[in-house]
Design a binder for this molecule. Structure first.
Ligand SMILES: NC(=O)c1ccc[n+]([C@@H]2O[C@H](COP(=O)([O-])OP(=O)(O)OC[C@H]3O[C@@H](n4cnc5c(N)ncnc54)[C@H](OP(=O)(O)O)[C@@H]3O)[C@@H](O)[C@H]2O)c1
Length: 164
């Protein structure tokens, strides 16, 4: 399983249930990696998306405890067990956790690969994820050159779980 996230230098990922910055290059990177794949998100992340709809051309799973919850283009699941039973039908390389913090923090250790767009700024987040640099089970295997866009500088990092 994979995870894909954009985080600022404090590992902040959002504020007021929205993203911290609009970065076209990161949107493109996200789309390239998740297109035709399976994406998994929490209910709050879905509600932060345009039209409160699942992403096009992807299989969207949304976790919520609300038994009556519905959303266009989404498969709704109500528990961890229901989620992972459903995901067992896919190749794990095709599954991406796409947020938010409740999903990233609870399940990142189940991921072999973490795609992190690391923004070199403090963007005043109210929502944070684990500092992957402090998890000795993961190492950076790829790091792009810095890119500057819309007043922010960022790099694409890939972390992989270390082999035993
Ligand atoms: N920077 C990025 O790459 C990125 C990506 C995605 C999101 N974000 C940001 O992250 C923030 C949202 O994160 P968040 O942590 O507040 O919300 P979230 O993880 O998107 O959603 C939380 C909700 O998911 C449901 N949920 C989670 N685990 C569950 C479980 N085991 N069983 C049943 N339901 C479960 C619950 O919904 P119910 O309350 O309905 O039960 C919970 O309230 C926003 O600011 C968003 O913009 C950033």
């Amino acid at each position: 399983m994979n995870l894909i996230v954009a985080a600022d230098r404090n590992w902040g990922i959002g504020c007021n249930n929205a993203l911290l910055a609009s970065i076209p290059g990161d949107m493109k990177y996200f789309k390239e990696h998740t297109m035709d794949k399976v994406v998994v998100m929490g209910r709050r992340t879905l509600e932060s998306m345009p039209g409160r709809r699942g992403l096009p051309k992807r299989i969207n799973y949304v976790l919520t405890s609300d038994p009556g919850f519905e959303a266009e283009r989404c498969i709704i699941v109500h528990s961890e067990n229901e989620l992972f039973d459903a995901l067992s039908q896919y190749d794990t390389d095709d599954v991406f956790l796409i947020g938010g913090s409740s999903i990233y923090n609870r399940y990142y250790r189940m991921c072999d690969r973490l795609y992190v767009t690391k923004i070199d700024a403090d963007l005043g987040a109210d929502t944070f994820i684990t500092n992957f640099d402090e998890d000795s089970d993961y190492e950076i295997v790829s790091e792009s050159e810095p890119v500057s866009e819309n007043g922010v500088t960022y790099r694409f990092l890939i972390y992989e779980k270390k082999q035993d």
